[in-house]
Write a protein that binds this ligand. Structure first.
Ligand SMILES: NC(=O)c1ccc[n+]([C@@H]2O[C@H](COP(=O)([O-])OP(=O)(O)OC[C@H]3O[C@@H](n4cnc5c(N)ncnc54)[C@H](O)[C@@H]3O)[C@@H](O)[C@H]2O)c1
Length: 256
C-alpha cells in the first residue's frame, strides 16, 4: 500500500479519470474525498470504494464557485484533519474553432479547467504550509502540449494548467509543496463519449484517434497510475513536471 495513512481530495471523482484515481488511491490505503458536481456520482464512487474495503467521503462542489471550493476544503480538513494530496481533475471540454466558440463558452472553459486550479490550490495552500507540505496534482492534457484542431479554448485551458503547475511548483518548493500535472492522451470516459456524440462520423474519428496513439488507446487506470506515482514518496524529488501519459502520441509524427 503506497498511500497508507494519506488523504486526498479528488475533484471530478464521480466519473472517468477522477473515479479511477479515487478508486486506485483508496486501494493503496488513502482516505479519499470524492468531490464534484454530481452528488449522486460522488456517492456512487464512495459506495464502490467502501464496498471494496476502502475509505472515502463524498462532498458536492462546483469548482467554478469560490464558496463551494472554500466549503470543500473546510469540510475535507474537518473530516480528515490533514489533507496530503489535492488532485485537480474535474474539467469539461468545449469543442470548436476560434470562429465557433462563443465568448461565454470561452470564459466558462477557462474558468472550469484553469481558474478552478488556482481556486482550489489557493484554498488548500495555507493548510499545506501550516502542516509542512503537501502535493497538488493537476489533470492537464496532450492538448496543453501540442495544438489540436477544433479545441481552441480547451487547448488553451490545458496549456494554462501546465504553466500554473510549473509556477506553483517554483513558489511551493520552499514550503515542501510539490506540484505536478499529467497530460493524458485519449481515454474512454463520459467526456469522450459526449465529444464523439457531437461528430458527424464518430467511426472515422475513432479510427484516427487509434492511429495517433502508437501504443493504442489507453484506459483511465493508466492515468490513475501516473497520479499514484506522482503522489507517492518515490516522486519526492519531482516537482513542476507535465507527464504525458499518452501511449506515445506526443513523441512525434506517426508512420502510415
Ligand atoms: N478522457 C480523455 O481522453 C482526457 C484526455 C485529456 C485530459 N482529460 C481531462 O481529464 C479530466 C477528467 O475528464 P474525464 O475524461 O474523466 O471526463 P468526465 O466527464 O468523466 O469527468 C469530468 C468530471 O468533472 C466533473 N465536473 C465538470 N465540471 C465541474 C465543475 N464545475 N465542478 C465540479 N466538477 C465538475 C464532472 O461532473 C465529471 O465528474 C478533465 O480535466 C479532462 O479535461 C481527459
Amino acid at each position: 500500500m503506497r498511500l497508507q495513512g494519506k488523504s486526498a481530495i479528488v475533484t471530478g471523482a464521480g466519473s472517468g479519470i477522477g473515479k479511477a484515481t479515487a478508486q486506485r488511491f483508496a486501494a493503496e490505503g488513502a482516505m479519499v474525498i470524492c468531490a464534484g458536481l454530481s452528488k449522486a456520482d460522488n456517492q456512487a464512487t464512495v459506495a464502490e470504494i467502501q464496498a471494496a474495503g476502502g475509505r472515502a467521503e463524498a462532498i458536492e462542489a462546483d469548482i467554478s464557485r469560490d464558496e463551494d471550493v472554500a466549503n470543500l476544503v473546510t469540510r475535507a480538513i474537518a473530516a480528515v484533519e490533514r489533507v496530503d494530496i489535492l488532485i485537480n481533475n474535474a474539467g469539461q471540454a468545449v469543442i470548436g474553432t476560434v470562429e465557433e466558440v462563443s465568448s461565454e463558452d470561452w470564459d466558462r472553459q477557462l474558468d472550469v479547467n484553469l481558474k478552478s486550479i488556482y481556486r482550489t490550490s489557493k484554498a488548500i495552500w495555507p493548510h499545506f504550509k501550516a502542516q509542512g507540505g503537501g502535493i497538488i496534482l493537476n489533470t492537464a492534457s496532450i492538448a496543453g502540449l501540442i495544438g489540436t484542431p477544433g479545441q481552441v479554448s480547451y487547448g488553451v485551458s490545458k496549456a494554462g494548467a501546465v504553466m500554473i503547475t510549473k509556477c506553483m511548483a517554483l513558489d511551493g518548493a520552499k514550503d515542501n509543496i510539490r506540484v505536478n500535472c499529467v497530460c493524458p492522451g485519449w481515454v474512454p470516459t463520459p467526456m469522450v463519449d459526449y465529444h464523439m456524440s457531437q461528430l458527424d462520423d464518430p467511426g472515422a474519428f475513432q479510427a484516427r484517434i487509434e492511429r495517433l496513439h502508437p501504443l493504442g488507446l489507453g484506459e483511465t487506470q493508466h492515468i490513475a497510475a501516473g497520479f499514484l506515482f506522482l503522489a507517492s514518496d518515490e516522486a519526492r524529488w519531482i516537482t513542476g513536471i507535465a507527464l504525458p501519459i499518452d501511449g506515445g502520441l506526443t513523441c512525434g509524427l506517426v508512420a502510415d
